[in-house]
Design a protein around this ligand. Structure first.
Ligand code: PGA
Length: 254
């Protein structure tokens, strides 16, 4: 099996300000230092990125955006381009988060464009997929995930796909405190790896990191990441405190 390095990413969402973000970044840097075999990333709001970037300099904590424009540059008020993120020190960007899909009406096709735009600038997309509660209840989980993965990653070749990270985030588990069981997570992660295999071949499928997201905490991280196809976590609420985020990193067990 391919070696997959764990990745723990903190999605700070629309929280914190310049001062508190800098403080949190300092706390994360301090706790992350001893984990040399885990990739650790924080994703602040665009306006906080420069302050956080300064603190992360020289550390083993990477920086990511929470969204990226599908456009290259120009008259797109309120948007942030991939090149802008890159120039501010980002190496990663979350793409297709369920909150973007839900509140900003992002389609699978738009998300696909954003994945490609991120890759074209050399950013690592953390590409999110996940079913809603109604879809799960209707037995449509795999159908939904299949479409999100196939459309979201369409047109990529194996070389491009080699840098993409996938995050499986069941919408019903985000910010609700209701975490998927390790079995539920593993089942979908395994399914996603199967879809990747059919799209990009066995080697790419085995090398792609698939993170779980949705109410991950220090207390449940170890069980989730102990599953064979769970390669890390995308963390919202629990990434806003250095101690709980540190506890999740610890949960990788490496
Ligand atoms: P949560 O958010 O950890 O607060 O559930 C996860 C996410 O939205 O990425």
């Amino acid at each position: 099996m391919a070696e997959r390095k764990y990745l723990i990413a903190g999605n700070w969402k629309m929280n914190l300000d310049v001062k508190s973000a800098a403080e949190l970044a300092r706390g994360v840097v301090a706790r992350a230092a001893r984990f040399r075999n885990v990739e650790i990333v924080v994703c602040p709001s665009p306006v906080l990125i420069p302050a956080v970037a300064k603190i992360l300099e020289g550390s083993n904590v990477g920086l990511g955006g929470q969204d990226v424009s599908v456009q290259v540059s120009g008259a797109y008020t309120g948007e942030t381009s991939a090149d802008q993120l890159l120039s501010a020190g980002c190496g990663y960007v979350i793409v297709g988060h369920s909150e973007r899909r839900e509140y900003h009406f992002e389609s699978d096709e738009l998300v696909n464009g954003k994945v490609k735009r991120a890759l074209a600038s050399g950013l690592v997309p953390i590409f999110c997929v996940g079913e809603k509660l109604a879809e799960r209840k209707a037995g449509k989980t795999f159908e939904r995930i299949d479409r999100q993965v196939r459309v979201g990653l369409s047109g990529l070749d194996a070389a491009a796909m080699a840098t993409v990270v996938i995050a499986y985030e069941p919408v019903w588990a985000i910010g609700t405190g209701e975490v998927a069981t390790p079995e539920q997570a593993e089942e979908v992660h395994e399914f996603i790896r199967g879809v990747l295999k059919s799209m990009f071949g066995a080697e790419v499928a085995a090398a792609t990191r698939i993170l779980y997201g949705g109410s991950v905490k220090a207390e449940n991280a170890r069980d989730l990441m102990g599953r064979p196809d769970v390669d890390g976590a995308l963390v919202g609420g629990a990434s806003l405190k250095a101690d709980s985020f540190g506890g999740i990193i610890e949960g990788t067990g490496v």
